[in-house]
Write a new protein. Structure first.
Length: 475
């Protein structure tokens, strides 16, 4: 067999094993793994470096429609460019339904936004914000059947949130049709009440965003989401978990045999509420995201959960808004009260190098757990495994070769379209030396190799993390 490409002398790391091998690639797939493979048309000597499956970033927001003047900085071109340069080869972004709009219209619009632009493979979660009879009975089941096998439910944000009855209805669709339900767990009424009190006291600087969303607000909603999922008897995945109080709820659920999966993100390991400001400076708007980063003690709780299996997936929650821009963190060009600062921070390119450095190379995580959290489990949670998320014969040749040369993160070196990174000046111990997307070089350690439009839309299957069990009827 003549390979298109051979990655030679790799230290292959999957979620379960670490071993030395060559990897033979043909037609965009891995076709052989073994020692002393015959030559390929292209050869790459990994020289004993770790080679991991390409990252699957299962939580990122790209070109999501916003109310003017707001606009996301990254679309499917710049967002997938940055992803590839940081070792991610699959992204799952959000097709968000607006209230009054059909889900199908949101999906149609989102395909139009992605069409011809993505450099790597991609899929869409749905965001269900208006669960009408038609959505529950027809649109959502039909879209799940067509490969949109996951959706996000919001418990906060006026334009997206569902009440408890609506959440039960939507979870019931997930149960009947085998979809993964992701939940943004923060109590909207508590946030609104706290925000009004802060505003009445003139406390509107960015740092008060964290005061309006204390952990209690996340803990209560996490508890409620778990109870609602227990009532419906369906697994859920709690996204962007920020600290101890939500983690305790998830541990409790697991100890009671409930299928509650959990996601966390780099900001809860590396940022604290102080990054939103220790005085009333507007600079902290850069790190306004929800839930907000907590403190060092909570960072340790998140590290513990990553190491001991509490967390299922590690995503970026890349939500890109420029800092110094009227369509970004300064809406209309103004420094606005925290209520009006768009929520979200960039992180699609830095996700893997940060976890590889502070997790694997600092001894907190095994390389196998790193792969599980960043690639294998997201692929399993969202119906992409085993095509994505592993290094195996038959899988797509989405691969990352790691270079353990220290460097300092600088926004000028990143490939997103955002004018800052929250990780400016942070030292990392490794960065991808090579990223392959279905066998094609998209990043060579120095240069991005554009592949606009080559990235394929992925129609997804049943999430394999869902337990195989017969469906019971609701009472
Ligand atoms: O602040 C955040 N996380 N913004 C992105 C939207 C979301 O809720 O994930
Ligand atoms: Zn969210
Ligand atoms: Zn998000």
């Amino acid at each position: 067999m003549r390979f298109d490409r051979v990655i030679r002398n790799a230290m292959v790391a999957t979620a379960s094993d670490t071993f030395a091998a060559d990897i033979g690639i043909q037609g965009g797939r891995i076709v052989q793994i073994g020692l002393d493979l015959p030559p390929g048309a292209e050869e790459y000597d990994a020289a004993g470096r770790f080679v991991t499956p390409g990252g699957v970033d299962a939580h990122c927001h790209l070109d999501q429609p916003m109310e003017p003047p707001l606009r996301m900085a990254d679309d499917f071109d710049t967002g997938t460019r940055a992803a590839a340069c940081g070792g991610t080869t699959t992204v799952i972004a959000f097709a968000a339904q607006r209230k009054g709009e059909s889900l199908r219209a949101a999906v149609h619009d989102y395909h139009r936004r992605a069409e011809g632009r993505a450099h790597i493979d991609h899929a869409f979660h749905l965001i269900v914000s208006d669960p009408t009879e038609a959505v529950l009975a027809q649109e959502l089941p039909a879209l799940i059947g067509e490969g949109y096998t996951s959706f996000k439910i919001y418990m906060t944000y006026d334009d997206l949130k569902l009440d408890d009855g609506q959440i039960l209805d939507v979870l019931d669709v997930a149960r009947r049709h085998d979809a993964m339900a992701m939940i943004h767990a923060e109590n909207a009424d508590c946030i609104e009440w706290l925000t009004r009190r802060l505003e009445a006291g003139g406390r509107t600087a960015p740092r008060f965003h964290a005061h309006a969303r204390p952990m209690l607000v996340e803990r209560e909603a996490t508890h409620r989401a778990i109870a609602l999922s227990e009532l419906v008897d369906v697994p859920i995945l709690i996204v962007h978990v920020s600290g101890r109080e939500a983690v305790e709820q998830i541990r409790w659920a697991r100890s009671h045999g409930l299928n509650v999966f959990a996601e966390t993100c780099p900001q809860y390991l590396l940022l604290t509420a102080d990054d939103l400001g220790i005085d009333d400076s507007y600079q902290g708007a850069r790190c306004v995201c929800s839930p907000p980063p907590r403190n060092r003690e909570n960072q340790e709780v998140i590290w513990q959960g990553l190491a001991d299996g509490l967390f299922t997936v590690f995503s970026s929650d890349h939500a890109p808004f420029k800092y110094d821009a009227p369509e970004g963190k300064k809406p209309g060009g103004e420094e606005v009260p925290f209520r009006h600062i768009p929520n979200g921070i960039p992180g699609i390119e830095t996700r893997l190098p940060l976890l590889f450095s502070y997790g694997v190379l600092d001894g907190r995580l095994t390389i196998n757990r790193f792969v599980e959290l960043t690639s294998t489990n997201p692929a399993k949670a969202y119906g992409l495994h085993p095509r994505k998320g592993t290094i195996a014969v038959g899988a797509d040749a989405d691969l990352v070769v790691w270079d353990a040369t220290p460097r300092t993160i600088r926004n000028v070196d990143l490939h997103h379209a955002v004018d800052y990174t929250p990780y400016e000046g942070v030292n990392v111990k490794a960065w991808p030396a090579l990223t392959l997307s279905r066998g094609i070089v998209v990043w060579d350690g120095k240069n991005f190799h554009p592949q606009g439009g080559r990235g394929q839309f992925l129609r997804r299957g049943r999430p394999s993390l869902l337990p195989a069990r017969p469906i019971k009827e609701t009472p």
